[in-house]
Each structure stands twice: as structure tokens, then as C-alpha cells.
Ligand binder design. Structure first.
Ligand SMILES: [Zn+2]
Length: 696
């Protein structure tokens, strides 16, 4: 049976889907148009009917119909799957974990709960608009500056002071008490079990509170936040965890902020519902609020698709406190990392005889280290002390706008926050400031920026920059941290290597054959009772590429610790399979550097449409064993490298074709552009080859 993804792809044509948003014109075998993902005047966005893929040679984005829909409509994989499945009229089994029977039951329960939340939301809302009891609530709304329009747009509501008004209403609508409790809208009364039977009945979870409905990104109400109107504690009460609601992954108002975040290229994270609401009301609609206190990696996972600039509106009192810092760390962790090659010192000293042949000697030393850099900009909103965002916005909107446009870079924020309690004139205070700030400066991977911060620290504490630098070196070597250190130091004869490398590059850039000849000696079991097939037999066709992808996913699933070793080599865009690409994405999203959960927990994150791929990948891996961890790492690195090479060769072919066209039509700008891209690809291929050969 074909997989859901294949079934969908078979029924839809990528060109139809894309041409509904991009005007496409014929260009040789392909179609081209203006890229919807970056600004351009001449088309470099290509759609290939034959391979059902797209690629932009301007911003280097590309993929299949799924990745196009995800990117263009801002959907995650699962949402794109539902959207395309509906178009293609292909049924999708929605939930992944457990048996299909369980899945169906859960699915029904979720649907039911969604309906109940919607009913409760309308009831709360009507209460706020019309009920006599809601007089104080309406007064409070007015006192906070919330407009009538915002009350409607955000669906604000009022929970009555009486014990069970909502519960009675919902029971009247046909919901059982158990459902209402499970949905987080009521609690059981004490002494509720008499002879195993619940007798005490239920009472409302929210009472005498202003209600803020919390929605998921599709706009469905999944929970509520309630602000106390009297003196009752806590001041803010959120729905408990339910089938639909997990506090740590939802951001308030994200459903309404989404488009603005993308447009403006920034997200502002505030702490309170009212802050977010007022920010929207005044037009800064790129604002969301944390539910509960901390920013989690899950929050960032959702935001990073929309923007790379995260602006935190931190409570100034919380400056420098542990929870805030942890939040920031989480935020950093959640972002993608780009891997950049960083030259390592040693090269210069070893290549004494310079000139063009001098680089022979260099190879004996590691030349390059790959360093991870967080692919995001995190900064902090500077607000007047003691004022919340909603107050600043209403008192002086222009200063709010200024703060939003000029946030403080995170490191500068730490410079202030971390030294606020120190006396920097005293030697003790200076030492402590250096001790606190050096590890933070060490996190800055851009050397020029790092140097600037070193100078800033030296000035701040009046200490000679050179002695600080020694300390920084210590911190840096202790860190060694996120480095995906690819060891380029090999024992191969340097001269041989040079020769091999060069001829290889020439070949590689020209033809795809080489990829197949670089076979890695291993075998992949093809299903349980089938005979295993040597990988060397697999040619570099699409089919084999997909198998390698399955195999790599299998390796990563079984050994999540391998992830850091491959993520510097290959990224999502390099995967040809929709399923493997998404699985790789999920893997990267859920496995943090230090933890290694079993694949059981992984499967909870996987839409059922992808489960066959998970099974296939694991099956490939199960038939193999490795002597030790080192071999395993080597295997994964080789596999990823191979896939990267296949990808580069494919791109190379595509660009060559475009280059020919551009030359023919006399388009000099395009010719130059494609030539540069070809150069870039051969450079990348060369790096890969060097690494592969040195790894042996
Ligand atoms: Zn583009």
C-alpha cells in the first residue's frame, strides 16, 4: 500500500499548487517565476514538473509540494498534510500513538473537548457582555484600557462568582461531569468517592475571573486563562493540562500574531495576557504572551519558523535571576544552528614556506573546525523601570515603538543585569564581574563581536584587556561545548591527498558517477526474510537516495546521540523524501543535546503518516551491528556526507542547465550568478571530499 504522502503526491501536481500563488512561465523543461520567499525582480524560482520539485536559486530554498505549502502558508508538516490530503481527497489517520482503536477514541475525545471549549468560551463571553454580575468585570476591562473591539476580537469573558453556573450550563448542553472535569472546566467536590461512586458533584474551575480564551495556531480554543477580579489567589489561573492543552508549548495570541510576526520579522514575547492584548490593540501585532512563566524550547520551535528575531519583554525585577536566564538558554537551544567553518590557529605556523605550494604542509594540521552558531537574534526590550508593557503603550506609544525597534542585544543586557549588584571599583567586584561575564562572551561566536565585548568588559572593570584575554581562552577551552568538531587531521600523505582531492573535485563537479563509486561497504537488510543487498550495488538514483535517507533516519532514531555529528553536514533541505525530511526535522526539534530518550517517546511526536518510514529506517539499522560507538559515528557521518554529496551534485546539474540557458539568452547578470553558484557548489564538494578522505 502506498503511503499517505505518496498517495497525496500522486493526486496533486506541484505546478498547479504553486501557480495558484506564483505566476509561472515556461522555461525549457521547467517553469519559472518570481520567488515568493525573497524579493527579486528577475525570476530565479523554478518548478520542475518531472521531479515534482521546486528550487529558488536566489535564496536557495527548495523542496517538494509539502515544503512549499509549509513555507508559503506557514504551516507545520502535520497541518500541511491535512491541507493537501483534503485537496487530494486522501484520508489521513490523525493520531499516531497506540493502536488505531485508541487513536480513534482519542480523536473523538479531542473533537468533543474542542466543542466544549467553544461552548464554554461563548458562555463566558455572553456573561461578560450581558450579565448583571459582570459589572465589576466590565469596569476592570475599561480600567485596563481594553477596547470593546478587543473584547470581541479576543473573545474575553467572565466567569461568575457562583459555584457551578458554567458546569450546570454544560451539563444542560449534554456534556457529562467527567468530561467537564477532564476538560479542565470543573473540579470534583471533596469526598467524591463513596463506594467507588462519585457523589459530590462538580464545581467550576474558574470563578469570579476575567477570562482570556487561549487558542492554538489554527484558532481553536484549547484552554482559558482567568484573571482574578477580587482578592482571590492566584491572581492568574490557567486551565490545567488537558488532551488539548499543554501549557509549556502554547503562546497566547500567536494565532493572531502570526502574519504580523512574519511581516515585521520580529516577535515580542511579553508576560501577561493584557500586555499582549493591548500591544495588538495599538497595532504592534507581532506580540505574544507566555502562558505560565518560562519560555520553553517548544515555544521557540513554533516561533522560529516565522522569524529569527525574538525580543523579550522581561520583567526588570527578574533581571539576572536564574529563571530568566534559564528561559533565555531555552530560547537559544530551540533555535537552529548554522555550522560555519572556523580556521584554526596552527595552520599558519606549519606552512612556513608559503606560496602556492605551501598548503601541502597545512593539511597535517587541522585546518578547519566547524562551529555551531545559533541562527537567531535574541534581544531584550528596554522599558522604563517598574512599568509593564501595557502601561507604556497607553501612556506613551511612541516610546514603546522606539523600544520595539531598538531592543538591547542579549549580551549587552547581561552586561547590565549581571553586574548590577557588584561594586566594580573593588577588586572583588571586578573579579566577580569577569567571572560572570566571560562565559557569556565566550558564547559569542563572531570573533569581531567577541573582541568588541572583550574591550567593553575591560573598560567596564578597568582591567587590562590582555589579561582578560587569557582568562577567556581558559573559558573557551573549557567550553569546547557545542562544537561539532570534525577532525580534519589525518595521516594521509599530504601530497597524495592534494592530488586526489583536486582530480576528485573536477570529476565530482562534472558528473554524478563518482558518488556511486565512493561506496561505503555496508549492507542493508531489505526486510526480514529477504536477502540483504549490498549498498555498493545501489546506484545514485533517486531510489537509492531515499534508501540512504531511510537508513540515516534509522541510525538517528536508534542513536539520538549521533545527531550532533550529522547536523553539521546535512540539513532538512538536503532530504529528497518528504517523510525523511519531516522526521529529520522532528528529531532535531525534540532531542536536546544532552538527553537521549528512547524512540518510543519519539513516536508520540510523529504523525501516523510517517510511521511506516520510522519502521523502515529501524529495520535497516537492526540488521547491522557496530563494533563500537566510534564506528557508529563514522557510519552516520559517512551516510550524511554521501547524501549531502548527492544533493550537491543534483543542484550542480540543475544550475548547469540554467547557466546554459542564461548564456544563450545573453543574460549577463544571471550567467554570473549561476557561475558563482557552481563555484560555491564545487567548494562545498571539495570540503566534503577532504573530510571523507581524511576520515579514511
Ligand atoms: Zn527565493
Amino acid at each position: 500500500m502506498a503511503s499517505t504522502i505518496e498517495a497525496i503526491k500522486a493526486k496533486l501536481d506541484i505546478a498547479d499548487e504553486i501557480s495558484s500563488v506564483v505566476a509561472l512561465q515556461k522555461s525549457g523543461k521547467a517553469l519559472k517565476g518570481l520567488c515568493p520567499f525573497h524579493n527579486e525582480r528577475t525570476p530565479s524560482f523554478y518548478v520542475y514538473r518531472e521531479s515534482q520539485s521546486w528550487h529558488c536559486f536566489g535564496c536557495n530554498e527548495g523542496g517538494d509540494i509539502f515544503s512549499f505549502v509549509e513555507k508559503q502558508q506557514n504551516l507545520d508538516f502535520h497541518e500541511a498534510l491535512l491541507y493537501l490530503a483534503e485537496k487530494a481527497d486522501v484520508p489521513v489517520e490523525e493520531y499516531s500513538s497506540g493502536s488505531t482503536e485508541d487513536a480513534r477514541e482519542t480523536s473523538v475525545a479531542r473533537e468533543h473537548l474542542r466543542k466544549m471549549n467553544e461552548d464554554a468560551m461563548l458562555w463566558f463571553h455572553q456573561m461578560l457582555l450581558r450579565s448583571k454580575d459582570a459589572e465589576d468585570a466590565r469596569e476592570y476591562v475599561k480600567s485596563r484600557g481594553i477596547s470593546a473591539d478587543s473584547v470581541i476580537t479576543f473573545g474575553l469573558g467572565y466567569a461568575s462568582d457562583q459555584w457551578d453556573r458554567l458546569s450546570r450550563y454544560l451539563v444542560g448542553q449534554g456534556y457529562t461531569e467527567q468530561e467537564i472535569v477532564d476538560g479542565g472546566l470543573a473540579r470534583w467536590r471533596e469526598n467524591n468517592t463513596l463506594g467507588g461512586e462519585r457523589r459530590g458533584g462538580i464545581y467550576d474551575y474558574f470563578r469570579n475571573r476575567l477570562i482570556f480564551p487561549i487558542r492554538d495556531t489554527r484558532g481553536h480554543v484549547i484552554a482559558f486563562g482567568g484573571r482574578a477580579l477580587g482578592d482571590s489567589k492566584p491572581k492568574y489561573l490557567n486551565s490545567p493540562q488537558t488532551l488539548l492543552f499543554e501549557k509549556s508549548s502554547v503562546l497566547y495570541a500567536l494565532d493572531m500574531a502570526r502574519d504580523a510576526i512574519k511581516q515585521v520579522g520580529q516577535v515580542i514575547i511579553v508576560e501577561g495576557y493584557v500586555d499582549a492584548l493591548i500591544a495588538h490593540q495599538y497595532g504592534t501585532r507581532q506580540t505574544v504572551a507566555c502562558i505560565g512563566s518560562a519560555i520553553t524550547e517548544k515555544h521557540i520551535q513554533q516561533l522560529k519558523k516565522l522569524t529569527k528575531q525574538v525580543t523579550l519583554a522581561l520583567d526588570p525585577d527578574a533581571a539576572g535571576n536564574a529563571a530568566t536566564e534559564q528561559g533565555i538558554e531555552e530560547a537559544l537551544k530551540g533555535f537552529d544552528r548554522t555550522v560555519v567553518p572556523v580556521p584554526i590557529g596552527g595552520t599558519v605556523s606549519s606552512g612556513r614556506a608559503q606560496g602556492k605550494r605551501g598548503n601541502r604542509q597545512r593539511v597535517q594540521q587541522p585546518i578547519v573546525r566547524l562551529e555551531e552558531q545559533v541562527d537567531a537574534e535574541i534581544n531584550v526590550l528596554q522599558l522604563p523601570e517598574g512599568e509593564d508593557p501595557d502601561e507604556v503603550i497607553q501612556r506613551d506609544f511612541s516610546s514603546w515603538l522606539y523600544a520595539v525597534a531598538h531592543p538591547l542585544p542579549l549580551i549587552d543586557y547581561f552586561f547590565v543585569a549581571k553586574t548590577a549588584d557588584l561594586n566594580l571599583r573593588e577588586p572583588m567586584g571586578k573579579a566577580e564581574a569577569a567571572r560572570r561575564l566571560l562565559p557569556i562572551i565566550a558564547m559569542v561566536s563572531d570573533r569581531i563581536k567577541r573582541d568588541a565585548y572583550m574591550r567593553k568588559l575591560a573598560t567596564k572593570i578597568h582591567i587590562d584587556e590582555r589579561s582578560l584575554r587569557d582568562e577567556l581562552q581558559k573559558v573557551l577551552s573549557r567550553h569546547k561545548m557545542s562544537g561539532i568538531n570534525v577532525d580534519f587531521s589525518g595521516k594521509t600523505n599530504a601530497r597524495q591527498l592534494e592530488q586526489r582531492k583536486e582530480s576528485e573535485v573536477r570529476k565530482e563537479a562534472g558528473t554524478a558517477e563518482v558518488a556511486a563509486s565512493q561506496s561505503i561497504q555496508l549492507e542493508i537488510g531489505e526486510g526480514k526474510n529477504e536477502k540483504s543487498q549490498s549498498i555498493a550495488e545501489l546506484d545514485s538514483t533517486e531510489r537509492s537516495r531515499l534508501k540512504w535517507e531511510d537508513y540515516l533516519i534509522g541510525l538517528l532514531l536508534q542513536n539520538p546521540d549521533l545527531r550532533p555529528h550529522v547536523c553539521g553536514i546535512i540539513d532538512e533541505g538536503d532530504f529528497a523524501g518528504t517523510d525523511t525530511r519531516e522526521l529529520y526535522h522532528i528529531l532535531n526539534s525534540i532531542y536536546q543535546r544532552d538527553s537521549s530518550p528512547s524512540h518510543q517517546s519519539f513516536e508520540q511526536f510523529v504523525p501516523s503518516a510517517l510511521l511506516p518510514t520510522v519502521a523502515r529506517g529501524l529495520q535497516y539499522v537492526e540488521s547491522r551491528s557496530f563494533e563500537n560507538g566510534e564506528m557508529l559515528v563514522k557510519e552516520a557521518v559517512q551516510c550524511a556526507t554521501r547524501l549531502k554529496r548527492m544533493r550537491l551534485l543534483q543542484l550542480n546539474t540543475e544550475i548547469k542547465f540554467l547557466l546554459d540557458q542564461a548564456t544563450e539568452s545573453g543574460d549577463k547578470t544571471a550567467t554570473r550568478h549561476f557561475q558563482l553558484q557552481i563555484l560555491d557548489i564545487s567548494r562545498q564538494l571539495r570540503t566534503i571530499n577532504t573530510a571523507t578522505h581524511l576520515q579514511g
